[in-house]
Each structure stands twice: as structure tokens, then as C-alpha cells.
Design a protein around this ligand. Structure first.
Ligand code: CA
Ligand code: CA
Length: 472
């Protein structure tokens, strides 16, 4: 019953062309990067302030993506824009801003793990996008914890939730509801950074643990720790876990799960550290299928890839691209459409199409009207036929792409490492509508919410709105 109500709400939100939040990475649990919001700017100028409603200063490196819910914008960054002298030094930071004004509301800061860069890379901050459900934000800290936090923080003067041990309870401090420490509770050893953007469905939160190799890039310190866990959102208690990967982790595990109905079964889909994608019955955790995204003769790290992008669930199929840590540079990649109604090892039986012209990719797909957009780390945006995987066009951005294409109304927005945002007409024929520079590298995805477009570069968050003028 609850699921039916939630689905109805999602339909309502999707049909609301102006006032719709963006309460999680991908907007909905299926993670398709699409919105039918109308009236968002297609041109703006961060130098003159044209169509800029507000701008907020972030830390020096920001790898999260904005989440917008219930009047609050949240974003992961580091502590180089220190807001509180009582919380100094290198930390992972989640900042919350007032959606209308950009006013800083509260922050969560987490000291770096004492084990250092093997688990918690210096200055990378928080790279998880929170998921918001009924006034609570759920995200992953740089310390490998899943945190549930009151969206109002201590702004409301109330210490909410069973967790009451907050040391700082000022107006700009985080109000924690519960903490699930993945390193303590399930023994995970995150490689470089735990980054998962959790997804919530039917009272359960699904999260990738980030379990991986140690700094030797040979040893796996916790081969028995799960790749994915399900936690009850009310209690913060573990519901199920799965470790199908074991000793076969190629590197780390940085993909984030998706949830959707596939062939009448509610599934959670997760890409894991051996380069395989797996589907589970969402409530029980029963493994239903698995798919290898690498050719059998491929060799790590030259031709064999991990999966960092997020799977997208669309009309019973799963769409996914593989790739590698940006530190590894460019290389060959693969993208697939997978029939996730099949069971068992579906690498052959479930393959609808395979696109091997894509390069290594860490971007997530955007799908609309029988077209799929896929971006890669070599700087190409590919537009393919959704049914066949045959390309209609390819656009060269001339810089690495970290974020994902976002379809808003009938435009595709995409940023690159040079800080350029391209706005492209949605369709089988390529047409560039505009291009503008954000002043520094864009690692994130453009996010539509409530008539505004949120775009971050590595150290600033811009709220863009048609007709707005930022005073300079
Ligand atoms: Ca509170
Ligand atoms: Ca609390």
C-alpha cells in the first residue's frame, strides 16, 4: 500500500512542470537523468550575473551532486571554506543551504580517518548525494558511515532522533538521527573514499559499502565484507547484505544502487567491484541475476574495467557503462542494455545490445523518447537509439566528462572539466543551443528543481533562474 502511495507521489512530482524537488541522485530511485521541468535557463553568465539567482562558496573540491528537498539544498565538499573555527583542518563536509536565498543553514563535518589515504583521501571531502525522505537526509560520510540527519539540523532548536550525543548543537550544526558505521558493523575497508549516494524504497536504504583493496592495490583486507547492504530507515539496523564479489575486487566499489520494478519484481540493482552488475529482490536481498560488463579476454587495468557510473532502470531494462577511476586516465569502455527479467548469469542471455565505441565512462545514462545519452571520460557525448544501441550522433566536448548528461524538457545539459556547460537540443540530430563557462571545473551534473537549475563547479554552487540578476 505504501509503495502505491509513493508511486502516486512520484507521478505527481513528475507531472509538476515547475514545482518539483530533486530529492536524491538521479531524482528518482530508477536514477534516469531526466526531468520535464520547463522554463529553466538555457543561457546564463556567471561573470555578469545574468540568470544567476544566488551563488554559494563551497570547499576547494566538491564531488557530490546537489540534492534539493523541502526548501533545502545539500552538497558534499571539503572543509577549505571553513564555516566554524571549532571544526578546523581537513574534513569531509556536507553543507545545507536555503533553496530560495542560498543562505548557509547548517553543516556536518567529519574528521578524516586516522588510517589516511587508503580509506579517506585527503581533501576529497564528502562525495555522496543525500537522499531525503520525510524531513530526513541520508548520506555516506568520508568515514564510511551512513548518516541519517534532520533536514532542519539544530535550526529548529530540537535534538531529534535516538542519537543525542552531538557535541556541537549550535544553529549551524548537524542533528543526527542515527549512524550506521559500515567499517564497524560489516567490516568494510573503503578504498580511498566511501561515496555511495543511498537509495530508499519500501522502508529500506540501499548502500554500496565501498569495500576495496588497500594501498598496495594487491591485498583485499576485508574479502568477507559485503558490497551492498540494506538498512531499515526507521531503526538504522541491518536488514540484509551481499558479498558476491569476494576476492575479485579489481580496485574499489564506487557505484551507487538503483531501484525499480522489473518484470513485476521490485529490484535493487548494483554495479560491483569485479565489474559485474547484480540485481536483487529488494526486500529480501535474494540475488536474481548477474551480468559481466567486460569481455572475457579483457585484462585489468588495460582493457578490463570497474563500474563507477550508476545503473539506470527503464522499462524492464538496465542501462550501464563501465570505466575506471579518473586517476587511471582514458581507455576503452563498454555500455549495455540488459534484460533484467532474466535469471542467473545473464551476460549472454540478457544482453540486448552492447555499445563498444564508448570510452571509459563514469557517467550515468539519460533516457527519453527512444533515445539514450551516454557520456565518457574522453569527452564524448553519444546519442544512441534506445532499442538498438545504434548511434545517431557523437559530440566532442574537448575535455574530460565527470558528470552525467541531464535531459530537462527538450534540452540536454552536460558539463566538463574545462568548466563548460553545453546545452544541446534533445533529438536524433545534433544541435548545440549554447555553451557557457562556470569559472572552474565541473565534476557534477546539472540538477533541476522548483524552476531553478543548480550547477556546481569545484568550489561554488550556482542557482540559476530565468530572469534573475545577481548583483555584482
Ligand atoms: Ca532538529
Ligand atoms: Ca539528534
Amino acid at each position: 500500500m505504501r509503495r502505491i502511495i509513493l508511486s502516486a507521489l512520484v507521478v505527481l512530482a513528475a507531472s509538476s512542470a515547475v514545482s518539483a524537488d530533486w530529492p536524491m541522485w538521479g531524482g528518482t530511485p530508477s536514477r534516469n537523468m531526466v526531468s520535464d521541468m520547463k522554463g529553466l535557463p538555457t543561457t546564463w553568465d556567471v561573470k555578469t550575473g545574468k540568470n544567476v539567482k544566488w551563488v554559494a562558496e563551497l570547499g576547494s573540491q566538491s564531488y557530490g551532486n546537489p540534492t534539493v528537498a523541502e526548501g533545502v539544498v545539500m552538497i558534499g565538499t571539503n572543509n577549505e571554506a571553513m564555516k566554524d573555527p571549532k571544526q578546523p583542518g581537513d574534513r569531509g563536509v556536507l553543507m545545507a543551504f536555503n533553496e530560495q536565498t542560498g543562505e548557509f543553514m547548517w553543516q556536518a563535518t567529519f574528521e578524516k580517518l586516522s588510517s589516511g589515504r587508503a580509506n579517506d583521501w585527503p581533501y576529497q571531502g564528502i562525495a555522496s548525494s543525500p537522499t531525503v525522505v520525510r524531513g530526513i537526509a541520508y548520506f555516506t560520510s568520508n568515514r564510511g558511515q551512513i548518516i541519517a540527519a534532520d533536514l532542519k539540523g539544530f535550526h529548529d532548536g530540537v535534538n531529534n532522533g535516538p542519537y543525542k550525543d552531538e557535541k556541537l548543537t549550535g544553529k549551524t550544526d548537524i542533528d543526527i538521527i542515527w549512524i550506521f558505521d559500515m567499517m564497524e558493523e560489516v567490516g568494510t575497508f573503503p578504498h580511498n573514499l566511501a561515496n555511495c549516494s543511498p537509495v530508499i524504497d519500501g522502508g529500506l536504504l540501499y548502500c554500496s559499502t565501498g569495500n576495496g583493496q588497500d594501498e598496495s592495490h594487491v591485498n583485499i583486507p576485508s574479502p568477507k565484507a559485503p558490497s551492498i547492504i540494506a538498512v531499515e530507515i526507521e531503526s538504522g539496523k541491518l536488514k540484509w547484505e551481499d558479498n558476491s564479489v569476494g576476492e575479485r575486487i579489481l580496485h574499489g566499489q564506487w557505484s551507487t544502487p538503483a531501484v525499480g520494478d522489473i518484470g513485476g519484481v521490485r529490484q535493487v540493482v548494483h554495479a560491483q567491484g569485479d565489474g559485474w552488475v547484480r540485481g536483487y529482490e529488494a526486500q529480501s536481498g535474494k540475488k536474481l541475476w548477474e551480468f559481466d560488463t567486460n569481455p572475457k579476454d579483457s585484462v585489468w587495468p588495460k582493457t578490463r574495467n570497474e563500474v563507477i557510473s550508476t545503473p539506470v532502470i527503464y522499462e524492464n531494462l538496465v542501462y550501464i557503462s563501465n570505466g575506471q577511476d579518473p586517476e587511471h586516465g582514458e581507455g576503452v569502455g563498454h555500455a549495455y542494455a540488459i534484460d533484467a527479467t532474466k535469471r542467473g548469469d545473464i551476460t549472454q542471455t540478457g544482453m540486448i545490445w552492447h555499445f563498444d565505441k564508448i570510452r571509459r565512462s563514469i557517467s550515468t545514462a539519460a533516457i527519453k523518447d527512444g533515445l539514450i545519452y551516454l557520456a565518457d571520460f574522453s569527452g564524448f557525448l553519444h546519442c544512441l537509439d534506445l532499442k538498438t544501441g545504434k548511434p545517431y550522433w557523437t559530440h566532442d566536448m574537448f575535455a574530460a566528462i565527470w558528470g552525467s548528461p541531464m535531459i530537462i524538457d527538450n534540452k540536454v545539459y552536460l558539463g566538463d572539466e574545462d568548466g563548460d556547460i553545453s546545452v544541446i537540443e534533445h533529438g536524433k540530430t545534433f544541435k548545440l543551443l549554447s555553451e557557457q563557462n562556470m569559472g572552474s571545473s565541473v565534476y557534477a551534473t546539472a540538477v533541476p528543481a522548483n524552476g531553478k537549475l543548480f550547477i556546481m563547479n569545484r568550489n561554488q554552487l550556482y542557482a540559476l533562474q530565468e530572469g534573475a540578476q545577481l548583483k555584482k
